[in-house]
Design a protein around this ligand. Structure first.
Ligand code: AP5
Length: 215
């Protein structure tokens, strides 16, 4: 399954809930790229400048990373792709890769959220350095502003969550990723939900759209 939506739509939040429920890996290209940057790998060094500016890392890099991740095990019973694909060439590359793995896409879930809401969500996001848990200082605040409720790890603000970078990311989304909505709609794979509301309400819409029990 692919989760599609603008920066701040809640893809990561909902991906974690889906993956906990159905027991498949959550594969986020953003998380993989940030880890490569933190580990100072050659891939991370190539990707860092793009992430800082809020532009897309070149398709070749993300396609190679995803092909490697999907073939390294743990994905035989399915997976949730979060933040990939983001361009039509990435979607075409994913199709080829999944054909080789005999693993067709079941769903593309589009979480539709207006720009004002995403900006508000991204500006106050906090992420745990240790376990990647997500918080929002207003909508889902941790008990202590600098510590993760789950593991006690340190919370940080992503470098690309500065206002000017948020604007750049939303513009890039409109130009390069939005065309995927029609691309997947034409293939009959798209399911769309309204992503405005509380996390629990969105979870119910997601489960209903994906026909997961417990909605
Ligand atoms: P990536 O990490 O994928 O970022 P993104 O797509 O911009 O999405 P976000 O992680 O910002 O938002 P989200 O939708 O996951 O929302 P979240 O659940 O966190 O990519 C970062 C960068 O990496 C890109 O700019 C690019 O440079 C590069 N990159 C990544 N993939 C790439 C690719 N395929 N090709 C090329 N380059 C790539 O929620 C946000 C906040 O809102 C949180 O604080 C959360 O607690 C809160 N929240 C969530 N749901 C709700 C709700 N219902 N109500 C209130 N608050 C909520």
């Amino acid at each position: 399954m692919v989760l599609l939506g603008p920066p701040g739509a809640g893809k990561g939040t909902q991906a974690k809930i889906i993956c906990d429920r159905i027991g498949v890996p959550h594969i986020s290209t953003g998380d993989l790229l940030r880890k490569s940057v933190a580990d100072r790998t050659p891939l991370g060094e190539k990707a860092e400048a793009y992430i800082k500016k809020g532009t897309l890392v070149p398709d070749g890099i993300t396609l190679e990373m995803i092909a490697e991740r999907l073939s390294t095990g743990g994905c035989a019973d399915g997976f949730v792709l979060d933040g990939f694909p983001r361009t039509v060439p990435q979607a075409e590359g994913l199709k080829d890769c999944l054909e080789r793995l005999h693993a067709p896409l079941d769903y593309v879930l589009f979480i539709n959220v207006p720009r004002g809401t995403t900006t508000q969500r991204l500006g106050s996001r906090r992420t745990c350095k240790a376990c990647d848990a997500l918080y929002h200082l207003v909508f889902n605040p941790p008990a202590r502003p600098d510590r993760c409720d789950s593991c006690g790890g340190e919370l940080f603000q992503r470098e690309d969550d500065r206002q000017e970078t948020i604007t750049a990311r939303l513009d890039v989304y409109g130009r390069q990723t939005m065309p995927l909505v029609n691309y997947y709609r034409a293939q009959g794979l798209l399911r769309e939900i309204d992503g405005v509301g509380k996390v629990e309400e969105i979870k119910d819409r997601v489960f209903q759209a994906l026909e997961i029990e417990g909605s």
